[in-house]
Design a protein around this ligand. Structure first.
Ligand code: PLP
Length: 390
């Protein structure tokens, strides 16, 4: 029997429905508790129902939800200032999702070349197995057959290269190239961490060829890896960066951040969004940024990330079916040498939420407020499941 007769079947869903959450814990409609080590795919970085997030939503809901961008929005201006205070960027465009943030980045790259009287430069180089969203432009940027199949003709002006390979990017650069766009760590591809010099090599290529460098930090940002933004480990700065997912702790929001010079290509009327940066989303974004900026928060993510990775490495060493454990901050994964779907499904039945990526990877994105005791419980569940399977 189809239990969801009125919902488009575009997702394969586990038959579990969560009705309440607190911190790292979720409860389903039967009252069963689960450890949430996925955070709604890297969204609930502050855990469920963080008191400061709840307070910000409550206060703002009583005051003003939405006005639109025909008028000044002080909270949006405040959030833009807070975000630029965390990184290279000087100005921010707000929208409502990751795909829209990347759509804005792609449009901004093309418009910047147009304003430079170089409109023949429209091509964007992206990496195999990257993920940038589901709109037509961003799925074209997403070099994965399973995302693109059935949607031809795709958008013109994208070129794909292997990830973690600056030589391949250099080889792909041509007279039409406008930008290089990558994730600092590939999330949906299964937490693929490039070599330490990769982002700096891309920065160098972008400088030498006068290209724009775009970092998609939608999954890696907002403290996930132990820095506010993952690229801050590399010393290389992008020209354009996108954020979404954890930016407002679950209230939909997206952001495209850039320098004032590049931002000037978006003159009045050239891009927009009805909801983008509305008072509610901006208020919650501000509360989220403030929580991540609290003294000691990011260093605690590094410390907990090391603890989780050590536990996963121990599992990898002891279980034959696991070939590798990898991670950066609280973005972690174990690589199996066989399908991981069943393991993920059994983890769920034993009270642990994780996700299966690319068929053979188990990914963990716990809330950044996770405790050591919760990590111990999650590691024990995962180890037990892998022990039973292999
Ligand atoms: C999730 C994600 C996106 C798309 O975000 P949506 O809000 O689902 O549109 C884009 N890029 C990366 C790296 C992501 O992880």
């Amino acid at each position: 029997m189809n239990k969801m007769p009125h919902v488009v079947p575009s997702y394969s869903r586990f038959p579990v429905a969560f009705v309440r959450g607190e911190g790292t814990t979720l409860w389903d409609d039967q009252g069963v508790a689960y450890l949430d080590f996925l955070s709604g795919i890297g969204v609930n970085n502050l855990g469920h129902c963080h008191p400061k997030v709840v307070a910000a939503i409550r206060q703002q809901a009583e005051r003003l939800l939405h006005t639109c961008n025909l008028y000044r929005i002080p909270l949006q201006e405040e959030l833009a200032a807070a975000l630029t205070g965390t990184c290279f960027a000087e100005q921010v465009f707000f929208c409502n999702s990751g795909a829209e943030a990347n759509e804005a980045a792609i449009k901004l790259a093309r418009k910047t070349m147009y304003e430079r009287k170089q409109s023949h430069r429209y091509e964007i180089i992206t990496a195999h197995d990257g993920f940038h969203g589901r709109t037509l432009a961003t799925l074209t940027a997403t070099a994965q057959d399973k995302v693109q199949r059935g949607y031809a003709p795709l958008l013109e002006g994208f070129k794909y290269v292997p990830y973690n390979n600056p030589q391949a990017v250099e080889h792909a650069i041509g007279e039409h190239t406008a930008a290089i766009m990558v994730e600092p760590i590939q999330g949906e591809a299964g937490v693929i961490i490039p070599d330490p010099g990769y982002l700096a090599a891309l920065r160098d290529l972008a400088d030498r060829h006068d290209l724009l460098l775009i970092f998609d930090e939608i999954q890696t940002g907002m403290g996930r890896t132990g820095r506010f933004w993952c690229h801050q480990y590399s010393g290389a700065q992008p020209d354009i960066m996108t954020s979404a997912k954890a930016l407002a702790s679950g209230v939909p929001i997206g952001a495209c951040l850039t320098t004032a010079r590049i931002a000037s290509s978006f003159s009045p009327g050239s891009h927009g969004s009805t909801f983008g940066g509305n008072p509610l989303a901006s208020a919650v974004g501000l509360a989220t940024v403030a929580a991540i900026n609290e003294e000691g928060f990011l260093s605690s993510v590094v410390e907990k990330g090391n603890y989780l990775l050590a536990g996963l490495k121990k599992i990898a060493a002891n279980r034959k079916g696991v070939t590798e454990a990898r991670g950066c901050g609280l973005m972690a994964a174990v690589q199996l040498n066989s399908p991981a779907e069943e393991a993920v499904s059994i983890c769920l039945s034993r009270g642990l939420l994780v996700s299966c990526q690319q068929g053979t990877v188990i990914r963990m994105l716990p809330p950044l407020i996770v405790t050591k005791e919760e990590m111990d419980r999650a590691l024990a569940i995962l180890d037990g499941v892998l022990n039973d399977l292999f």
